[in-house]
Write a protein that binds this ligand. Structure first.
Ligand code: GLN
Length: 517
């Protein structure tokens, strides 16, 4: 064993690189601000302009509020694609996180103001800030570990606890602050904690010297050139035809739906074209297959979040209007129910990760793809409890909060099987130079899931909650089952990337870059 003094970034705490805890805390405060604000959003928009004791709201209908909520929560994550590209190509992940954090402080700060322009500007800044911060901080976590280091999955589970600690604190505290001092105090609190996140990140730079740096390779033939990739599209007939078809469909969407959808579809067309060209450029079949299986797994991601994200929208409204929230004579604020998910994550994250690790050691099925498919099914079952809640409401005009607790419990176990697993999976499978872009595409998939959730939630006005909840149970179980049915061929496409994981911690204690330089 070497007796040389280790540089700061090689130091460890509880067997994990110390940089993990810096990223953990930064993300914890960022998620506090995000979820604190998100928990208020629909409720603030639907509160009447004459207000209640929380102050004036925007007086929107629940349909209008859920529509904006859907666009907002989608854009927050879709912006991860440009966020990832900026990091890969221009400033590296570490600086992108810094800039994102600063923009987030500004965005939450603006939301303190009561004017409607401030509302839209604040949301816009939060969208940009999260887009820069979220994918890149996640890629940096992956960068702390070497290929095949068995600690990586665990590292992501720890990071995920940080995310949910932020969310838990936010939904507990913000609800109380709003009840006492009104909406804008709640928004302000989100801003203050984001400043804490920024300070923590700046302070922790010495632990992160080896991750998230831009690979400066001006003369390198491997340097990323999105322009070049797009120009090659015109000499690639199959990819070009596919792109044109998608662009035409976007035009139809623009015409029949509205310009928002049209723009979204065009943006996705441009991304699809880029992904096809990257696929074509990859220089080995193994890389190509891994890239493909990653994209296929994103279908599960969209479906999962499309159902799961009813939490902040439809289930939030359901909690507010249809649920008996009185416990020992105290009416629990609606916002606090959002804490259940985060609380359960913190309680069960290590148990779920441990369960999968022990299955892996016993040689049983524990691939990321399997976990993800099972996650969808478990989460889907959670909605069965919401069906029971809706049935009780139909009968008695109110429903017990136990249904919500059980639903969130199942949602959480499902989430633990898919979300930290997917983050880690991406850092294993994505081609190194496109790591941030692929993380961005992943978050965009979760963002599309958020949009789907909004659309599904809105349709409850027409079809009723019970029908929506029942539909979600059936659909998710079928999709999860389908992916399990095709698990074998899918796993073959990973070329055993998860079979080679071992304990590297004691083999070598060198720092390294995610991107090789
Ligand atoms: N709850 C997780 C987070 O905030 C997942 C979000 C997502 O992937 N859309 O990080």
């Amino acid at each position: 064993m070497s007796t040389a003094i280790k540089p700061e970034y090689q130091k460890e705490l509880f067997g994990q690189p110390i940089g993990l805890y810096i990223l953990f805390l930064t993300e914890m405060w960022e998620r506090f601000s995000y979820y604190g604000m998100r928990a208020l959003l629909v409720l603030y928009m639907t509160t009447a302009t004459i207000g209640d004791d929380r102050g004036a709201g925007l007086g929107w209908t629940s349909k209008e509020a859920l529509a904006l909520y859907g666009w907002y929560t989608m854009l927050v994550y879709v912006m991860s694609i440009p966020g990832g590209m900026i990091a890969d190509k221009l400033i590296g992940q570490k600086k992108a996180v810094l800039v994102g954090a600063i923009i987030l402080c500004l965005g939450h700060g603006v939301l303190v103001l009561t004017d409607i322009w401030a509302f839209y500007t604040g949301l816009g800044l939060v969208i940009l800030g999260v887009g820069l911060l979220k994918p890149n901080i996640s890629t940096m976590v992956g960068g702390l570990y070497k290929d095949g280091d068995i600690r990586r999955d665990k590292g992501f589970s720890i990071f995920y606890i940080g995310i949910n600690l932020g969310s838990l604190l936010a939904t507990m505290v913000v609800g109380l602050v709003v009840a006492e001092w009104g909406w804008h105090a709640g928004f302000g609190l989100a801003g203050i904690v984001m400043v804490l996140g920024l300070i923590n990140y700046i302070y922790g730079q010495k632990y992160l010297t080896h991750v998230g740096n831009l690979v400066e390779a001006k003369d390198d033939p491997n340097e990323i050139s999105y322009g070049k990739l797009y120009s090659k599209l015109f000499s690639s007939p199959t990819q070009l035809t596919f792109t044109v078809i998608l662009a035409l469909l976007s035009g139809i969407g623009w015409y029949y739906l509205d310009w928002g959808y049209g723009l979204l579809f065009l943006f996705l067309t441009a991304i699809a074209a880029l992904l096809m060209m990257i696929y074509k450029e990859l220089d080995s079949q193994a890389y190509k297959d891994r890239f493909l299986v990653l994209l296929l797994s994103f279908i599960m991601v969209i479906i999962f979040w499309g159902a799961f994200e009813q939490a902040g929208g439809l289930m939030n409204l359901y909690t507010e209007t249809n649920t008996d929230r009185v416990l020992f004579g105290w009416e629990i604020p609606t916002v606090m129910f959002q804490s259940l998910n985060a609380g359960f994550i913190i309680l069960f994250a290590t148990a779920v990760a441990g369960y999968w690790a022990s299955r892996k050691l016993k040689g049983k099925e524990a691939s990321s793809l399997f976990k993800m498919a099972l996650g969808i099914i478990i989460m889907g079952f959670g909605f069965l409890f919401m069906v029971f809640a809706a049935m009780e409401f139909e009968k008695s005009g109110t429903s017990s909060m136990i249904w919500l607790v059980l639903a969130y419990l199942f949602h959480t176990i499902g989430e633990l099987c898919i979300s930290p697993v997917a983050l880690s999976f991406i850092t294993k499978l994505a081609p190194v130079k496109y790591a941030s872009l692929m993380m961005g595409v992943y978050f965009a998939a979760t963002g599309l899931g958020n949009k789907v959730a909004g659309i599904v939630g809105e349709s409850a006005t027409d079809y009723g909650e019970k029908t929506i909840f029942t539909g979600i149970v059936i659909f998710t179980v079928i999709i999860g089952g389908l992916f399990i049915a095709i698990l074998k061929p899918l796993k073959r496409l990973t070329h055993g990337v998860e079979d080679q994981e071992r304990d590297l911690k004691h083999e070598e204690a060198e720092g390294f870059e995610l991107a090789d330089d």
